[in-house]
Design a protein around this ligand. Structure first.
Ligand SMILES: Nc1ncnc2c1ncn2[C@@H]1O[C@H](COP(=O)(O)OP(=O)(O)O)[C@@H](O)[C@H]1O
Ligand SMILES: [Mg+2]
Length: 294
């Protein structure tokens, strides 16, 4: 399933695109599913089509996740050469500073999109602080406002050094537009009102409620019912993986290793990316493993 047509958020989009184009550090804050990551995507699209394309930009997207937040430098691992994540902070700083300065010299001012910053590991946060304070890199971060921040991440995202934008609920009309697009047909007045009521302005909930209404029948008891229906419809091997991740996140990747195929099946069937724990490639995990002691 492709992503739904983007709705609402006009004011936030204008503010964010201007801030990003002007080189400000920005933090988007809000609950899960409210549309933080999507708003960043749209912001970058708008910024690219206006001011940014002239200057040229390079975006490094970093996706922090619960399953790796305890591993030093895991957040920055996609930008590091294999083996560099062993923990040598000075070497990592030198490598990344060189990368970002080279990009800047080539006219591609670097921007780091740190998604789900509340899961960033401490050492990556320290490296990003070193890089953002002198302005080698512009930071565009998202975080859940429901999760506490580790100290070093808190320091990276200290209010006053970046523009904070709270991402709140969508308007009722926009919720209905999302539900209609997800269901693939107009909803009658009762159903539309029910989606608005249950979704609470959250686009992820709006989409799931509308999909359920289109597919499984009338699971209108609420989100609990909806999730129950969806889980019950999965084949047993896929359900096992889902339950493992749900109950035990962060789930050691080795625990799921035998189930890669089931997860891939589930992800295709559900039209969604695999859960972050499973999305980690084996190579990346290898790179994160500390060097063996002699
Ligand atoms: N304004 C919007 N219009 C249409 N779809 C949206 C909007 N905001 C979010 N979505 C969709 O809702 C889902 C959840 O959004 P996402 O950005 O992943 O939330 P978050 O990052 O806050 O957890 C995604 O499928 C996204 O494409
Ligand atoms: Mg997100």
């Amino acid at each position: 399933m492709g992503s739904l047509p983007f709705v609402g958020r006009d004011a936030a989009l204008t503010e964010l695109a201007a801030a990003v184009t002007a080189g400000e550090h920005v933090l988007l804050r809000g609950p899960p599913g409210i549309g933080k990551s999507r708003l960043v995507e749209e912001t970058l699209r708008v910024a690219r089509s206006t001011g940014l394309s002239d200057a040229g930009r390079h975006v490094d997207r970093l996706l922090a996740s619960a399953s790796t937040s305890g591993r030093a430098l895991s957040t920055l691992a996609p930008l590091l050469p294999t083996g560099a994540a062993g923990g040598d902070l000075a070497a990592v700083l030198a490598t990344l500073s060189r990368r970002w300065r080279q990009l800047a010299r080539a006219g591609e001012a670097p921007l780091v999109w740190l998604d789900d910053a509340h899961h960033a590991d401490a050492m990556s946060a320290v490296v990003l602080r070193y890089a953002t304070s002198p302005g080698d890199v512009q930071l565009l971060a998202t975080r859940r406002d429901t999760d506490p921040l580790p100290d070093d991440v808190e320091a990276l995202l200290r209010e006053g050094t970046l523009r904070v934008v709270d991402v709140g609920p969508l308007r009722d009309g926009d919720v209905v537009r999302i539900a209609t697009a997800a269901a693939g047909r107009p909803l009658d007045t009762d159903r539309a009102a029910r989606v608005v009521d249950l979704a609470g302005g959250n686009p992820l909930f709006a989409r799931e409620l509308a999909l359920a209404a289109a597919g499984v029948g009338e699971p209108w008891g609420g989100l609990d019912d909806l999730v129950g229906h969806q889980v019950a419809a999965l084949p047993p091997h896929q359900r096992r993986v889902l339950e493992l991740v749900a109950a035990a996140e962060p789930t050691p990747a080795a625990l799921l290793a035998g189930d890669e195929e089931s997860v891939a099946d589930w992800s295709v069937a559900a039209g969604r990316p695999p859960p972050p724990t499973v999305a980690l490639e084996a190579a990346r995990l290898d790179a994160l493993r500390p060097p063996e002691q002699p």
